[in-house]
Design a binder for this molecule. Structure first.
Ligand code: SF4
Length: 241
């Protein structure tokens, strides 16, 4: 885990679980897998099992020791609702998040079926933002699964965006992040796909965050869309309702 994160929409990462397996096209060039290979090569003891799902019991209460409030991306090196993570371990992670009310926790999953199944057993305190990855139309059903949960703030991560998402039903969704794939094998993202999602967010009054164009040299391509940065976040007013 890292007290600071390079990811544009968060501030820190916390990884009580590491390792995962691929489930959809968005996983093809998995950043976490590439990062874990580097950590294995550096003999990092957290990655002695490589990218196999590994539970780190000693990290369960780590955020309680961080006194300064942070936005924390939970399990950035795994998927919270992976089938190999026992229910009880997920409950323990939620227990920590429920106690650490001064932090904001951001969870992202591609396993929306298990999210939906477990959601009624989880305590959705206001500081937990739940998201699903939606890289193309084939996985759009994840939005419906997310909508069925009681998470107070619900978001979509459309990264890497691999196709047009022209019919997004954003009812009950508060935030959409869009980004192109980066790295040597980056797959292309069309400008029109991004504009279309931004316009749908504006029409449906949903916060829009444009993370990056991506590409082989992502820092060259930047993150401006139509001449401006799009760094919107969900409004705190949602929590008052
Ligand atoms: S779900 Fe996420 S962490 Fe798991 S393989 Fe896919 S991209 Fe990687």
């Amino acid at each position: 885990m890292a007290a600071n994160s390079q990811i544009e929409w968060t501030e820190a990462t916390w990884n009580p679980v590491t390792g995962c397996t691929k489930v959809s096209q968005g996983c093809k060039n998995c950043y976490a897998l590439a990062m874990s290979k580097r950590l294995v090569a550096m003999n990092n003891p957290r990655y002695k099992n490589g990218f196999n799902v590994t539970l780190h019991h000693d990290l369960i209460d780590l955020p309680l020791k961080w006194k300064k409030p942070r936005k924390i991306f939970v399990n950035s090196m795994s998927d919270m609702f992976h089938e190999d993570i026992p229910d009880e371990f997920i409950f323990s992670i939620f227990h920590t998040m429920n106690l650490a009310s001064w932090h904001t926790f951001q969870i992202l999953t591609k396993r929306s079926e298990r999210l939906k199944e477990l959601a009624p057993k989880l305590q959705w305190t206001n500081n937990i933002w739940q998201g699903v990855s939606v890289e193309n139309e084939k996985v759009i059903h994840r939005v419906d699964h997310l909508r069925e949960t009681d998470a107070k703030i619900k978001f979509l991560s459309c990264e890497p965006l691999l196709g047009s998402l022209s019919k997004l039903d954003l009812r009950g969704i508060h935030w959409v992040i869009v980004g192109g794939e980066s790295g040597p094998k980056a797959r292309p993202m069309e400008e029109e796909w991004v504009r279309d999602i931004r316009d749908q967010c504006q029409e449906q009054k949903v916060a829009f965050f444009f993370k990056q164009w991506g590409g082989v040299q992502k820092f060259r391509n930047g993150r401006l869309l139509d001449g401006q940065f799009w760094d919107e976040y969900p409004s705190n007013d949602i929590l008052a309702n």
